[in-house]
Design a protein around this ligand. Structure first.
Ligand code: MG
Length: 207
């Protein structure tokens, strides 16, 4: 399986990191399968960073194989959604960006992709998925997928031009504003607002 990630997909988040807002195409990067962290397991703070950031994101799970998917069919490729964290070693990423290097080591390291419990897409407003990240009980991110620069259909069409999508692939759709650092001992909880109310889809402790 692949983990495809979209960067800078919320204007306010791009601005908070002084990045340009993408206008013509999404920013795409990948994490290897070894990045996946499921089942509310703890995340162990790695020794190669001193500035580990959370980025809470809506995650799409791909349920059909497809290539160069057309907009009218894009939603057929998603049955379930959830939230995840795109953990980022911000210090390593800044160094990579400064040197014009790829940023895999800052984004694709082991356990850097926290993945929550799946929710059927019918249980959320797919055009306006509301979600929160809580750190130690306080809301630090509160996003809504309607604020995405490139929406879910546009993301699926765009990435499937370059990468054939396979059943089980995950797409992290970008984070809203409010990213920040974590420390050992912090507890992160992802809350997805469904038609039946708020659902905690993951809980991860930093160790
Ligand atoms: Mg991200």
């Amino acid at each position: 399986m692949k983990i495809i990630c979209i960067g800078r997909n919320y204007a306010k988040h791009a601005k908070e990191l002084n990045n340009p807002v993408p206008k013509t195409a999404p920013v795409v990067f990948m994490k290897p399968p070894t990045a996946l962290l499921v089942g509310d397991k703890p995340f162990y703070y790695p020794d190669y960073t001193k500035d580990l950031h959370y980025e809470c994101e809506v995650v799409l799970k791909i349920c059909k194989n497809g290539k160069s998917i057309r907009p009218e069919f894009a939603m057929d490729y998603v049955e379930n959604v959830s939230l995840g964290i795109d953990f980022t070693a911000r210090d390593l990423q800044s160094e990579c960006k400064k040197n014009g290097h790829p940023w895999e080591i800052a984004k694709g390291f082991d356990n850097s992709a926290v993945m929550g419990t799946l929710v059927k897409k019918e249980q959320v407003e797919m055009d306006a998925i509301e979600f929160q990240l809580k750190k130690n009980g306080a809301i630090v991110q509160h996003g809504n997928s309607k604020d995405m620069i490139f929406n879910i259909v546009e993301i699926i069409c765009y990435v499937s031009k370059f990468f054939k999508l396979n059943i089980g692939d995950l797409i992290y759709t970008g984070t809203p504003e409010g990213v920040g650092p974590v420390a050992i001992g912090d507890k992160l909880e992802g809350v997805l607002f469904t038609k039946n109310g708020a659902v905690k889809v993951f809980e991860t402790e930093i160790k």
